[in-house]
Design a protein around this ligand. Structure first.
Ligand code: 4GX
Length: 257
């Protein structure tokens, strides 16, 4: 899979791609990520990429022409991309489903903006998509572009060594992950749940499934309205809800007479 990232801070982006799962995938040739300095496509001595906003107001606006020339040059050198994405808070919010969709593409261009914004004609003439990584304001699109590359790359076959890791990730089933434990079995009086030490695989699996659903119900009930649960998932969720509404022992209500 091929990514091209256009930025005024190419070293920031390149440095972030050296380590970890993505860095290894690039070394192994599974990913081809090219990082481009937007200033290469400026036409003045000062290498200007921004200008004052028409109509006045604070802050600067990114110019259209350098971004337009950047995408033209990338297309000529690396082929017609499947999508050209601007990262901005105005985009639709990125999630695992969007990552899965993008992982099915062969070539993605990412445009990183800085300043107050980009000239609206970038959206009209250059970009095909606009994506936000969440409802907060960053100082540039570089971190969002890296978030997108990381998330999408994990879904590219071979990038993550053990496919079971990807299949068991939070959100791959629309629910949160279950708790994890490693040795020792007891720390400061806190013990690993007995079921996980039992070696009984079917019980371990059921315990994890129930713990994942409990967490999701407690922390992200919104996810459960979207999640498609199988019969076991629905049964476990019912069980959790019944355990929670059960009258505590010794506090039974008297029957009214
Ligand atoms: N998810 N920002 C981009 C400058 C900008 C503004 C408008 C293009 C159009 C962000 C986010 C984010 C701040 C990055 C504004 N570029 N990007 N930057 N949240 O907050 O993606």
């Amino acid at each position: 899979m091929k990514f091209d990232i256009v930025t005024i801070f190419p070293s920031m982006v390149r440095n972030a791609l050296v380590d970890g799962v993505v860095g290894r995938a690039i070394d192994r040739g599974l990913l081809d990520v090219a990082v481009h300095d937007l200033r290469e496509w400026t036409d003045d001595g000062h290498r200007t990429v921004d200008d004052v906003p028409y109509g006045g107001g604070p802050g600067m606006v990114m110019k259209v022409e350098p971004l337009r020339r950047a995408v033209e040059a990338i297309t000529a050198a690396r082929g017609v991309p499947d999508t050209v994405i601007v990262l901005s808070p105005q985009g639709r919010v990125f999630d695992q489903a969007e990552a899965a969709r993008l992982a099915g593409l062969a070539h993605i261009v990412l445009l990183c903006g800085r300043y107050e914004g980009i000239d609206e004609r970038v959206r009209e003439l250059v970009a095909t998509d606009e994506i936000s990584i969440g409802d907060y304001v960053l100082s540039g699109g570089e971190l969002p572009a890296l978030v997108l590359v990381d998330t999408v790359s994990r879904l590219v076959p071979g990038v993550v060594g053990d496919v079971r890791s990807v299949l068991e990730d939070s959100f791959s089933h629309g629910v949160l992950d279950h708790p994890h434990y490693t040795r020792p079995a007891e720390v400061a009086g806190s013990r690993v749940p007995d079921t996980l030490l039992s070696g009984h695989h079917a019980e371990v699996r059921r315990w994890r499934r129930k713990a994942a659903l409990t967490r999701t119900l407690d922390r992200r009930p919104d996810l459960l309205t979207e999640a498609v649960l199988d019969a076991e998932g629905r049964a476990l969720l019912d069980e959790i809800r019944r355990e929670r509404t059960a009258t505590p022992q010794g506090t039974e209500q008297e029957t009214e007479q």
